[in-house]
Write a protein that binds this ligand. Structure first.
Ligand SMILES: *Cc1c(COP(=O)(O)O)cnc(C)c1O
Length: 234
């Protein structure tokens, strides 16, 4: 794909995001974009980055480390959006501004421990399996409160909100109930008001359904294919 096309795609995604926000009376500034760069080589990423202080989302620690080493963390912002293996956590303090995918207490403790070693606090979202699909990562909605209570004592992490990946359906309207369920769960946890746990962020919506996610309250959407085109199997 020619580079100018990537820039055009990025501009178009941002435009569609703003329209979706306005449609439901939300301020477009409250919906931010994670440009999903997994499998995309550095040369193509920089083209997208040039058009405005982008946040990039990666789902493999080693691939992310290589890219961050090349591009740095000053002009670019990095989020981790994939399944995080515990033995890779030692690499992550200081690399990512937000981890979208914490879904169990062992992983949370490991992130806490390694962050404390570096005198850092790592912001995280809790990934929730709202659809109940067995193949999906994420804590079950019924177990969320217990996980959050356990995380209160972990000073090396700061919980900012929730994330979900609904089952893929070519019809984005099919995702709406899952996005709504995550928002209601977030609202409920806000009322429970657990000490040191913020519930401001909702990471939901990908290329196929980000507009519906924004209508349902997303504060972060994670978009790859609509910007860079299809990925090869990875
Ligand atoms: C790959 C990925 C995305 C982006 O998906 P697209 O359909 O390419 O926009 C979003 N979130 C997560 C967690 C991903 O792994």
């Amino acid at each position: 794909m020619p580079m100018s096309l990537i820039a055009d795609n990025l501009a178009s995604v941002k435009q569609r995001m703003a329209e979706a926000a306005r449609k439901v009376g939300r301020d477009p500034q409250n919906v931010r974009l994670v440009v999903v760069t997994k499998t995309v080589p550095v040369e193509r990423i920089t083209e997208a980055g040039a058009i405005g202080g982008c946040v990039f989302g990666e789902n493999k620690v080693q691939e992310a480390r290589d890219k961050i080493e090349t591009l740095g963390t000053e002009s670019y912002h990095w989020h981790f959006i994939g399944h995080l293996q515990r033995n890779k956590v030692k690499y992550i303090p200081g690399l990512f501004e937000l981890i979208h995918s914490v879904d169990n207490s062992e992983l949370a403790e490991e992130i806490h421990r390694h962050s404390m070693k570096h005198d850092l606090v790592t912001p995280v979202l809790i990934q929730v399996n709202v659809s109940g699909e067995t193949s999906k990562s994420g804590v079950a909605p019924d177990d969320l409160e217990e996980l959050l209570e356990m995380m209160v004592s972990l000073n090396g992490i700061s919980v900012r909100g929730l994330m979900t990946i609904p089952p893929f359906d070519p019809d984005p309207e099919k995702s709406r109930k899952h996005f709504g369920a995550l928002r209601r769960l977030r609202d409920r946890m806000q009322k429970v008001n657990i000490e040191n746990i913020a519930m401001d962020e909702l990471s939901m919506g990908m290329s196929n359904d980000f507009e519906v996610a924004i209508e349902e309250g997303a504060t972060w959407v994670r978009v790859g294919t609509a910007i860079f085109g299809g990925r090869d199997a990875h």
